[in-house]
Design a protein around this ligand. Sequence first.
Ligand code: FES
Length: 102
Amino acid sequence: MTGWVDIGGAAELESTSRLEADVDGYRVRVARVGGRLYAFEDRCTHDDSPFDDAPIEGCEIICPRHGARFSLQSGEALSPPAYEPLRIFEVSEEDGRIRVRV
Ligand code: FES
């Protein structure tokens, strides 16, 4: 376990709507939805593809390749063709910086 890692500024997250960083072998992505931060591995468990510009509806991300949906809260795969959960990370915001724990 790496511990908490600073992956960028909150201002950058607001302007790009997401932050991404390689942390301890994982491609970690952070998104803010309804004022809450979610951090998850940027890899669909169906085909190991990045989510790229995947839409987020409510607290669910929808893979643009084959339409699998995942809960950003629990990581649960909510619809086929994905069945394995998405890896979720703790995330925090302090003094304008975003940190994740991997
Ligand atoms: S790669 Fe995501 S649903 Fe197939």
